[in-house]
Every structure is written in C-alpha cells, then in structure tokens.
Design a protein around this ligand. Structure first.
Ligand code: DGY
Length: 322
C-alpha cells in the first residue's frame, strides 16, 4: 500500500515493538547500527514522514534539506543534543525524546560506576586478568567507603532524583545544584538539599553529573571547577561527554588533584581521550547507562508511541523536549 506514510528507523531495535507501526506506515529499518555521514542521513530522511533516530544521528538543517514530508524526529534517548531544535522548529518538524522510562536503569548504573570507582573494581579486575594475583594481601586494593560521604548531584531532573533516592540505602547525605531548586516536597522525597555550584564542588565526596548538554552546560566542569573539588573526591559522569573538559579531568586525575572518576560518556565518543585511557584511577564505560533489555525496549516503545500519536493513532506517551 504505497499511500501509507513512511517511517525510517536508523538502527535495528526491537522488531516486535517496531511492528506496531506496520498497520499504519511503510517502515524501513536499517539492518546494521552505524554512524551515517551527513549526506547519507539527508538521503535517508528524504521522502520520510517520520524517523526514529538516536544519539549517533546528528540531525540539523542540512540533513532535513530534502525531507519535505518529515513531521517528526523521534529520538531514542532522553538527551537530544544530537538534534538541532531551532532547525526543526523552523521547518515545523516535531521532536520527541524518551524521558522517564530510563530513569531507574540509569540511576542503578550510576551507582555501579560510583561504587566501582570507590572500590577500584576495574583496575583490580585488569590486574587479576593479567595474572598478577599471587597472594591475598590484607592491605592490597584498598578502596574507600561511601557511607557518611557526601553525594553531590549537578542537574536534579528525574534521573538526578532517582540517583539521590538510592543514597539513603548507602547512608550518604545528598546535596545538589540545579538551575531551579526542587519544590520542598520533592527535596524531601529524595533527601537532598540545594546548594550553589561552588558549595557543591567544594563539599561533594562523589559528584555525579546528571544535566543535559546545552551551549550553557558545555564544559560546566573544567579546570577551574576541578580545582575547587576535594583531592579525595571522585567525579561520575552519566550525562554527556561535552559537559566535562576531558583533557582537564585527565590532568587532575594524573596529578592526584582528584582521587578518581567514573565516566560513561566522553567528548567526541566513541573516541576516548588517550590521557584517560592511560590512567588507572578512572572507570570507563561505553555509554551504556540505559542499556538494559527492558529499558531499551521501553525507549523503543515510547518512540513508536510518539510517531503513532503524531499521525493520530493514539495518545502521546513521551514528554516532548522543553
Ligand atoms: C539518553 O537517553 O540520553 C542516553 O544517554 C542514551 O543516549
């Protein structure tokens, strides 16, 4: 049926979920996940009425130049810094994200990173696999306890709040900084206290970044901010790479002006700054904080719901970006 609107899905996801589009759309799903060039994306977007894309697909004015029928870009992710919102709004194209469904899995993974950094898990595993374990030594691989230490959160949206709620179980007081402080009831709900950014940097023993990447937040943590942190502190970034100046972070970690870090996201990923790769006091992971089967399926489902809703086939499930 050639008169159905067309949807392009930029990567293989969950076929059973994507199948919900089929009664209403002609659906094309890329067979392989890869990074498309600007011209490849422009060619694929041309003639589509809707697209489901993700972080690797950078969609701006050039990519939508020939996409005259496009009505919605449904992004697989809560972050949407890969999409030029001004260009989309100028062209009358809606943008949707997959807020909320990933909060809990991202919060879980944040704690895995935090604890992994505190207890030096990655370095210890590398050492074991390299065959260095000859005897169990009482004072080998000493990490640090988290109990009683202050958890700082920069960016207190729903993910930040889910991270904060877990701190109660670890006996950690929580401070946070956000452009707009939370209403008191929400602060009570996650036992968190609003402070200014300087106080957050000075007092956090573990500082988690959970804010979106925008022109205002690019390098929100650079050399100046790192210099304000305790030398015993650890930085955990589950947000976006560009928020941290990775070169400045590597220098602070190498010079032990910061005790450790755990990073799931990087400037220019999938490339990782070589100075970070050379360090043992940083846990590195390949942008997988939301990567559970359940959550990635739910993210796909929200993107599908958003496309369906745009064409009048059901209520919109996801919150559109602000
Ligand atoms: C998100 O949802 O923004 C995650 O980082 C995956 O891209």
């Amino acid at each position: 049926m050639t008169d159905k609107p067309r949807v392009w899905v930029s990567r293989p996801t969950f076929p059973g979920v994507i199948a919900r589009l089929e009664p209403h759309f002609q659906v094309t799903v890329e067979a392989e996940e890869r990074k498309f060039s600007q011209s490849e994306l422009a060619a694929r977007l041309a003639g589509q009425d809707a697209v489901i894309v993700g972080l690797k697909d950078r969609i701006g004015a050039a990519e939508i130049g020939a996409a005259e029928r496009l009505r919605i870009v449904a992004n697989l992710g809560v972050g949407y810094d890969n999409i030029d919102l001004d260009a989309m709004s100028a062209a009358g194209i809606a943008v949707s994200n997959t807020a909320d469904v990933l909060n809990e899995s991202v919060a879980d993974y944040t704690w895995a990173l935090l604890l992994g950094a505190a207890r030096r898990m990655s370095a210890a595993e590398r050492w074991l696999r390299a065959g260095h374990w000859q005897a169990t030594e009482f004072k080998a691989w000493l990490g640090t306890d988290v109990r009683g230490r202050t958890l700082g959160i920069l960016g207190m949206g729903r993910i930040g709040q889910a991270i904060a709620r877990r701190a109660l179980g670890f006996g950690m007081p929580v401070i946070y900084h956000n452009r707009t402080p939370l209403p008191e009831a929400d602060e009570r709900g996650c036992n968190a206290r609003h402070v200014d950014k300087q106080q957050l940097l000075r007092e956090s023993d573990f500082l988690v970044l959970a804010l979106p990447l925008t022109t205002q937040t690019r390098h929100a943590v650079g050399a100046v901010e790192l210099a304000q942190m305790k030398p015993t502190a650890m930085l955990i970034n589950i947000a976006r790479g560009g928020i941290v100046d990775d070169a400045a972070l590597a220098t602070a970690l190498r010079e032990r002006r910061l005790a450790g870090a755990a990073l799931d996201v990087f400037e220019g990923e999938p490339k990782v700054h070589p100075a970070l790769l050379a360090l043992d006091n940083v846990v590195l992971s390949p942008h997988i904080a939301s990567a559970t089967t359940e959550t990635r399926r739910a993210m796909t489902s929200v993107a599908v719901d958003n496309v369906l809703a745009m064409f009048g086939h059901g209520p919109q499930a996801g919150r559109p970006p602000n």
